[in-house]
Design a binder for this molecule. Structure first.
Ligand code: TYD
Length: 192
């Protein structure tokens, strides 16, 4: 039987607390997009299973038809790159003839780095072979990385991307400040 009064047990407890304090990480949200190549290759279930290893929770999920405006805003930071046009066509689904992506928000401690680690390096040939991009991504003949998934790379990017892709009402929980707006004459479809 272990003796709780032994000094060694106390030292163990103190070390445990220090380790816990030293590794404290913030609760974060991150945007994940399963890109058109991920959907046409039937990788959705596989990707969701891999991401469930993180023990993060999903607080938003939907299938999106990506407009040109959304694609260009999402990849705005690459608008001066020669591959920008092809990148926009790729995320819109023109290349894979599907016009759908799946957008998800994951939440939890260290969410951004945990998801990025499973997703892998931007370049599928440099990515860890067991990461999602390393296992399933490819580089096209024109040099565009078809890397299956997007994952936010910083807290700043995550906030910008989540606000771009989701409305507050599509997310479970209040993650960013909201305001009440009254919209008149909004036309939208309802079930007939
Ligand atoms: P980027 O935002 O730099 O990387 P990440 O998606 O890992 O956050 O790039 C966005 C996408 O642009 C990337 O997923 C694939 C594509 N891309 C290329 O096709 N070639 C490149 O040289 C780079 C940097 C990105």
């Amino acid at each position: 039987m272990p003796d709780d009064n032994k000094p060694v047990a106390l030292i163990g407890a103190i070390q445990f607390n220090l380790v816990k304090r030293g590794t404290a990480v913030a609760t974060e949200q991150t945007l994940v997009i399963i890109k058109p190549d991920g959907l046409v290759k039937s990788l959705t279930g596989n990707i969701l299973s891999r991401l469930s290893e993180t023990k993060l929770i999903i607080i938003g999920a939907k299938i999106v038809r990506v407009t040109e405006a959304l694609a260009k805003e999402h990849y705005k930071h690459l608008s001066d790159k020669p591959f920008f046009g092809e990148l926009v066509e790729y995320i819109m689904g023109d290349v894979h003839n599907t016009h759908r992506v799946m957008a998800l928000i994951y939440q939890g401690d260290g969410a951004i780095s945990k998801v990025r680690e499973i997703v892998g390096d931007t370049n599928p040939e440099k990515a860890n072979p067991v990461s999602i991009r390393g296992a399933y991504g490819r580089i096209t003949t024109t040099g565009v990385f078809e890397n299956v998934v997007h994952a936010s790379s910083s807290a700043e990017d995550a906030e910008h991307e989540i606000k771009l892709w989701f409305k507050p009402s599509e997310i479970v929980g209040d993650i960013y400040p909201t305001k009440d707006v009254v919209r008149e004459k909004v036309h939208e479809k309802d079930w007939a």
